[in-house]
Write a protein that binds this ligand. Structure first.
Ligand code: ZN
Length: 326
């Protein structure tokens, strides 16, 4: 881990905010329910347990089973077929028209869901949101040590909403649907990010791209997971990076385990199950390559993950041109 190029910078940033984190240590993260209480999610939604390594130790070798939101093989097949269909549709649409994009600036609308005006009630400062955008731009540019992707992010609006019935944000609930139906803005290319306390100890969840715009489209992220937040080990902003990876059509690196097409990306070694914390030398499949624990699409600590691969970058751009490009 000592070779991680940008670790010093990000650790330094963490130190700068540690006093703040201590002062607000009783805020949201400490009161989330145990991570074992996962709720079922609709197909196509990916949810991340916030800190399930305790459970994972109990269920050694069966981590993925703790996360009902992880896609089944059938769901992956359906998504891959849908991508192929979307690509055909766009190819026909584009004949003689617009060339596929090579670089993309994504407008970002951040909805800060609050129960009240206190920090514990969701009122995180703008500075955390600005730092989140910086982290996203570093991650997707490859400047933290991974492959450069086509994507950059431009914050266009911070929309603060005080509504106790939407707080915490409960995955799959009618309140979540109501919130998104009321607040989602922009076209398929607009990233709507919803920040708040989350149900079931989750760090975040995301929708995969679809051929038709859906009001549920977007990412939900634990407010205190933003850089400088209070979510210990998950407060460098990589939940946002990870969830946006799903929004751009990436699967988890452990999707499919050791067999088959895995995460449908050729340069991410297969991985039997999610990795937590920051394990050394983890190698859970007999196929080539050690587990990609430093990949943004695994489940390790923020301090442990710092890269997308070239294959993931390619998959995201393909999906963008198929699904989200104007
Ligand atoms: Zn995920």
């Amino acid at each position: 881990m000592g070779l991680r190029p940008n670790l010093l910078t990000r650790r330094t940033a963490g130190v700068a905010t540690s006093t703040l984190a201590l002062l607000v240590s009783t805020a949201a993260v400490g009161v989330v329910p145990a991570a074992s209480a996962f709720s079922a999610a609709p197909a196509g939604v990916c949810a991340e347990p916030a800190d399930t390594h305790a459970d994972a130790r109990v269920a050694k070798g069966g981590h993925a089973k703790l996360d009902p939101n992880h896609l089944t093989a059938k769901q992956v097949r359906e998504r891959e077929a849908d991508l192929a269909t979307a690509q055909r549709e766009r190819a026909n649409f584009r004949t003689g028209a617009v060339a596929p994009l090579a670089t993309v600036t994504i407008p970002v609308v951040v909805h800060v869901i609050q129960e009240n005006s206190t920090r514990a009630g969701g009122n995180i400062p703008d500075s955390l949101i600005n730092q989140q955008i910086t982290v996203l731009n570093q991650a997707y540019a490859g400047s933290t040590g991974g492959a450069a992707t086509a994507f950059s992010f431009q914050l266009t609006k911070i929309n603060r909403v005080t509504n106790a019935s939407w707080y915490p944000i409960v995955q799959g609930s009618s309140a979540e649907r109501s919130m998104k139906t009321s607040l989602r803005t922009g076209g398929k290319n607009t990233l709507n990010m919803y920040l708040g306390e989350l149900s079931d100890g989750l760090l975040g969840w995301a929708t995969f791209p679809k051929r038709t715009l859906d009001k549920m489209d977007g990412v939900v992220v634990l407010n205190e997971s933003l850089p400088g937040g209070t979510a210990t080990n998950y407060n460098q902003g990589d939940t946002g990076t990870h969830e946006i990876g799903h929004w751009l059509n990436l699967y988890h690196t452990f999707q499919g385990g050791c067999s088959g097409s895995g995460d449908s990306v050729s340069d991410t070694p297969a991985e039997a199950s999610p990795a937590y914390e920051c394990p050394t030398g983890r190698d859970t499949c007999s196929t080539a390559g050690k587990d990609p624990i430093t990949n943004f699409m695994d489940y390790t600590y923020d301090s442990c993950m710092y890269q997308f691969t070239a294959g993931q970058a390619s998959r995201m751009l393909t999906a963008w041109n198929a699904y989200r490009a104007a």
